[in-house]
Design a protein around this ligand. Structure first.
Ligand code: NDP
Length: 498
């Protein structure tokens, strides 16, 4: 590649990756590109650093991670400005993103010992002569591969938990957001200057692929479903375990007893924040017939008020220029197939911006209903009741998040949605809830970040048994007698055979 041509499209020039603002083309940063040998060297350095980091113990790591959290909190405007410069997202959206990341670092640091530390486990009658212990030991080095849409929140969702668990991390940021990735590693090095516990390797997809094959103990990937397949295939060769946080097509259900103003407000934010470039963004709404028209009117009124632009607007540019074509295709296809644009529409696509677009009556097999759009568009379709809404919501291959607005049947509907997370009477709220696991099912991937499960994701369960007394009924020895085996049989029948 040669020097910058299209605003927002990163280029490699003379071995340097250059990222630019998608709205203005202004350079955001330039960094040396790595290669397989560079990635391997980083992983080797990380292995040594990881041993040292693990040796700090939970208390030592907690202290360092809390200092890193404080750095992010103190310098929140600086990090948000970098995020804005590199992705084009509104500064306010970037601030919210950093706040969420700060919360996750804090929680992971404070809870790692409770979740992962050594603890006694009760024995059962059959092996009562043994004591049992369980602990979760670090993998050593975790490779984190991140996307551009939330360049702070998504890598920290993996990295903070992996670090709290005692791993070193080698992080490959998206080629669109290397500056933010470098800032995270640099500030971490300020509070952990001794060893490179959190390193960044820059480059394009091939650098991510090299990281998958580098011998790391685990790969935590966040990105598209298509790349997730490649990551899993690359990791299969060496049986490297993977955590896959992939794409989504999240649905919102609006029941007839919902607070329609609250639902419309949450829908507009959940669908249009970050210009709709949100893995857990609301892309489809199923509103029951009795409230459908009123709900649509409220959404259109609110979405129509939003401003679009490079600076100070509610909605910024589309970060990845090629995504504009996907958004355009989904809108055109929906309209060509009988859908109606009640706000925006084909003319809303004005690269690098896309104005809010609300589509109704879109056929359920249209791309705008089935594929990830990743733009500021909302499809609102009419359903007869909540059962039909759940069936339609569950009819796609993705299963990441979702939302239900209503009262009587909201909890039941939330549980029936085939997804990893559902927000009742809000949207996206589960992402900031550090006590809850975050992740999907189906083509949205598997494994969990955040919460207890998110910590366990970055530790290997290590089980230890210890003899406390001689066995009354020795079974696991060639020294057993026929009489002892017969007694074992009688005991098992008495306990379990009834
Ligand atoms: P991509 O899948 O294009 O890229 C994700 C990361 O993988 C990037 O760092 C990319 O590098 C890297 N990569 C590319 N090719 C390979 C490869 N062969 N092996 C290893 N790594 C590779 O996703 P986007 O960056 O476009 O992010 C948007 C997607 O992320 C959406 O689908 C969104 O839904 C999803 N996402 C999911 C989340 C979740 O938690 N489930 C959260 C946020 C986003 P490079 O950029 O240099 O190509």
């Amino acid at each position: 590649m040669t020097a910058v041509q299209v605003p927002g499209v990163p280029v490699v020039d003379n071995g340097l990756l250059i990222s630019t603002n998608p709205a203005t083309g202004a350079e955001a940063g330039r960094f040396p590109v790595s290669d397989p040998a560079g990635v391997a060297a980083a992983v080797r350095r990380a292995a040594t650093a990881g041993d040292w980091w693990a040796g700090l113990g939970f208390a030592g790591r907690r202290d360092r991670l809390l200092r890193w959290r404080s750095t992010l909190a103190r310098r929140i405007e600086e990090l948000a400005a970098l995020c804005h410069a590199e992705t084009g997202k509104p500064v306010a959206d970037a601030i919210v993103e950093v706040i969420t990341a700060v919360e996750h670092i804090d929680w992971a640091a404070r809870n790692a010992r409770r979740v992962l530390g050594p603890r006694r486990v009760r024995s059962r009658l059959l092996l009562v002569e043994f004591g049992a212990h369980l602990e979760y030991q670090p993998y050593g080095v975790v490779g984190v591969i991140g996307p551009w849409n939330y360049p702070v929140f998504t890598p920290i969702g993996s990295a903070a938990y992996a670090l709290a668990a005692g791993n070193a991390v080698v992080f490959k940021p998206s080629e669109y957001t290397p500056t933010v990735g470098q800032w995270l590693a640099d500030t971490f090095a300020e509070v952990v200057p001794e060893h490179p516990v959190l390193q960044v390797v820059h480059g394009l997809g091939d650098v991510g692929a090299a990281l998958c094959r580098s011998g790391v103990g685990k790969v935590a990937f966040t990105g598209s479903t298509a790349t997730a397949r490649k990551v899993m295939a690359a990791c299969a060769d060496s049986l490297t375990p993977v955590l896959l946080e992939a794409g989504g097509k999240d649905a919102m259900i609006v029941d007839d007893d919902a607070d329609l103003d609250a639902a419309a407000e949450a829908c507009v934010w959940g669908a249009l924040t970050n210009a709709g470039q949100t893995c857990i963004g609301i892309e489809r709404v199923y509103a029951v017939d009795a409230v459908h028209d009123r709900f649509v009117a409220k959404v259109v009124e609110r979405a129509g008020r939003l401003t679009v632009g490079a600076d100070g607007a509610d909605i910024g540019p589309i970060t990845m220029p090629s995504q504009v074509d996907v958004i355009r295709r989904h809108i055109d296809d929906a309209v060509a197939r009988g859908g109606r644009a009640v706000l925006g529409g084909p003319e809303a696509v004005q690269p690098p911006f896309v104005h809010p677009t609300v589509l109704v009556d879109v056929p359920e097999d249209a791309a705008a209903v089935r594929e990830e759009t990743f733009g500021p568009t909302i499809v609102i379709n009419r359903v007869s009741d909540v059962d039909e809404a759940v069936d339609r919501a569950n009819a796609v291959r993705y299963g990441l998040g979702g939302s239900v607005f209503g009262r009587r049947r909201a909890v039941e509907a939330a549980r029936r949605l085939r997804s990893g997370m559902t927000a009742i009477n809000s949207t996206l709220s589960f992402a900031g809830m550090s006590t809850l696991p975050f992740g999907g099912t189906g083509e949205s991937g598997f494994g969990r970040i955040h919460g207890d499960d998110g910590l366990r994701e970055f530790g290997r369960a290590k089980a230890v048994t210890r003899r406390r007394a001689p066995s009354l009924m020795p079974a696991m020895t060639f020294e057993r007698t026929p009489a002892q085996v017969a007694r074992l049989v009688r005991t098992i029948k008495a306990i379990y055979g009834r």
